[in-house]
Design a protein around this ligand. Structure first.
Ligand code: ADP
Length: 619
């Protein structure tokens, strides 16, 4: 695991470096503004002494005496002119510096976000299995946003630090004796700020935790609203949400009380500091240097000191609390972003991997074994079979037997632990992954539809397809009839995840989406499980007609779906238990034959048949 500092270093090196010129330009203009901000107080102090009190000559630190006008009018004009110019230039350079810096920050964050997203999508499914979907979203959203704090923190750190240092530089030039006394003030404020931050941390943790718990409660109560209503548990859910909200209120209140105390304490230190400065300065002016001080002090210089002290109090408070907190929050986020960016858990692919060339569509599994990273048992055990060209292959077996997993290895969602998967003699792990997936159409058990129109969803993989192509695919998938009856036909928006459609309708659109690009190999994972028997028979017939010389794998729950398949693979507990046509398998009188008889109602389920069919599907 990276240390937070290393993660930040990595992000700066990889992403911010490209924009260093803009960052530097922004900071330079902001520093210039900061320097100019110090001018008015200095001039006002000098003008007070020289022009109003006439207690000393008009001199400015660092400026040769020859440059200063000798007449009072000239000096007054110089003061007014410099004040006006300083204000205008300060304001312009602050505006420009801010803009340049913000733009560089946004560009850097944009690049971090898009690169992180690219990395996340290129990671193997193994990575996604072991991390929660929500985690990935919060890395791409919240954590990348939090990294903005890194740049804000860096800028504020430079600015607030610059504020304090520039005030001190001028104070040292004006009266280093008094400047050293005033230096105690920011030190005291920083110390209290750190104590406050340390006390605040556990309270913040509690707030974050209670927000998380409240979100889980709210999501459950809202997503499961129909269940809540059906079981008339509204009161209980309401009480749970109220409990979570109370916890949040309690933790937030505790942080607010602490903040109020800190605000008072730090302003008290500041007020006492200014009061002390006025007292000491006043005594000094009237009675000469007290204690061990040697320099003289004028009223104008005291005024400049008071103005500077006011101006650095707030930056000091912010530096001690806000800037450090921003860095801490950015550090935690940068660790998560970098661990994703540097994850080695990706599908390995050679740069010069050749494209998959499908000629016959023969698929061969050779001694394939596989286990999921999170599972203890092997999911596939030594599976071997080979299909002929253009076969329709049924894959059956009890739930959890490994049917879906078997097919996922064909697309390289995962790689086998041992054994080889070949398509037309080419090991799928040696060919270009994109070319592999482009040539396999896939309909998963619960297909995902995107927010958009029916046509956009059907043409998801082939945006260039014409409307006619989409309609043809929809007809073959048995979707045309119901799509035609939707309000806007193919242009109907189907809502997030296809929320406005039934499960069976979603499946049919997903089938149309898979067959539209006309891939030589198709995989249907219980693709018609949500449609009624009659429609299923229709879809099957049309798929059979359309599949022609394609190789089709159909994972089926209802055995009748694959009855006419050229080959049926019977999976049982990760093994390929039987293989053959429907007739051959009935002849064999094994697991398949038993399942068939149960599903057709030829025999009742008894202990014996159930045992033979293992945990077979019983309808
Ligand atoms: P089937 O399609 O035959 O119902 P699957 O291939 O979906 O079976 O699952 C086979 C086994 O692998 C099951 O025990 C299931 O719990 C497990 N499994 C499936 N997907 C994952 C996953 N992403 N991570 C861990 N285990 C999984």
């Amino acid at each position: 695991m990276q240390t937070p500092q290393k993660s930040i270093g990595y992000l700066l090196h990889r992403f911010a470096r490209r924009h260093w010129a803009r960052f530097t330009e922004g900071i330079c203009f902001l520093l210039l503004a900061l320097f100019l901000q110090r001018i008015p107080a200095l001039f006002i102090g000098v003008a007070l002494d020289a022009l109003l009190l006439e207690s000393r000559a008009f001199t400015l630190p660092l400026l040769p005496a020859g440059w200063i006008p000798t007449t009072t009018n000239g000096q007054a004009l110089l003061t007014v002119g410099v004040l006006g110019a300083a204000i205008i230039v300060e304001s312009a350079s602050k505006w420009y510096g801010q803009l340049v810096y913000e733009e560089a920050t946004l560009r850097t964050l944009h690049e971090i976000r898009t690169t992180t997203y690219d990395t996340a999508t290129s990671l193997s499914m193994r990575f996604h299995d072991t991390s929660e979907g929500g985690d990935m979203l919060s890395i791409l959203n919240d954590d990348v946003d939090n990294l903005g704090d890194l740049f804000d923190g860096a800028r504020d750190g430079v600015l607030y630090g610059g504020d304090i240092l520039s005030a001190f530089a001028f104070m040292l030039l004006l009266n280093w004796n008094l400047a050293l006394v005033v230096a105690a003030l920011p030190l005291l404020i920083v110390a209290t700020g750190r104590v406050y931050a340390a006390l605040l941390e556990p309270r913040f943790d509690a707030i974050r935790e209670s927000v998380g718990a409240m979100n889980v409660r709210l999501r459950d109560a809202i997503e499961g609203l129909d269940t809540v209503k059906a079981f008339t548990q509204e009161a209980r859910e309401r009480a749970r949400v109220a409990d979570a909200s109370t916890e949040y209120k309690r933790s937030k209140w505790s942080a607010i009380r602490l903040r109020a105390v800190y605000n008072r304490v730090s302003w008290l230190i500041a007020a006492v500091g200014i009061w002390g400065l006025f007292l000491l300065g006043g005594y000094w002016i009237i009675a000469g240097p007290p204690l061990w001080f040697t320099q003289t002090l004028s009223a104008g210089t005291l005024l400049t000191f008071i103005m500077y002290t006011f101006s650095f109090l707030d930056p000091t408070r912010r530096l001690a609390v806000d800037v450090i907190n921003k860095f801490e929050s950015a550090q935690a986020s940068s660790k998560r972003v970098v661990s994703l960016l540097q994850s080695g858990d990706r599908i390995e692919e050679r740069d010069d991997a050749p494209d998959l060339s499908v000629t016959e569509g023969r698929v061969e599994y050779d001694g394939v074994s596989f286990s999921y990273p999170t599972a203890e048992e092997q999911t596939l055990r030594d599976v071997s079979f080979a299909t002929d060209s253009g076969e329709f292959v049924g894959v059956v077996g009890s739930t959890g037997a490994g049917k879906s997993t078997l097919m996922k290895l064909l697309f390289r969602f995962y790689d086998p632990d041992s054994g080889t998967v070949r398509i037309d003699g080419q090991d799928v792990t040696t060919v270009d992954v994109e070319s592999l997936r482009d040539q396999i159409g896939y309909v998963s058990q619960e297909p995902f539809l995107f927010h958009g129109t029916v046509r956009e969803n059907v043409a998801y993989a082939t945006p260039e397809a014409t409307r006619e192509d989409a309609v043809t695919a929809a007809k073959q998938a048995g979707a045309h009839e119901f799509v035609r009856e939707l309000d806007d036909g193919y242009e109907t928006t189907i809502g997030e995840r296809g929320a406005t459609l039934s499960g069976g309708q979603r499946q049919r659109i997903a089938i149309a989406r898979a067959i539209l690009p006309d891939p030589p190999i198709l995989v249907f994972d219980e693709a018609t499980s949500h449609v009624d028997n009659e429609t299923e028979v229709d879809i099957q017939r049309s798929l059979h007609e359309m599949s022609g010389d394609k190789t089709v794998f159909a994972i089926a729950h209802r055995l009748s779906t694959v009855r006419s398949a050229d080959r049926i693979l019977v999976m049982d507990d990760g093994r390929l238990a039987e293989e053959g046509t429907h007739e051959e398998l009935l002849e064999e009188d094994g697991t398949y034959a038993t399942l068939w008889r149960i599903q057709t109602g030829e025999i009742a389920v008894t202990d014996e048949t159930a045992g033979r069919a293992e945990s077979g599907v019983v309808e």
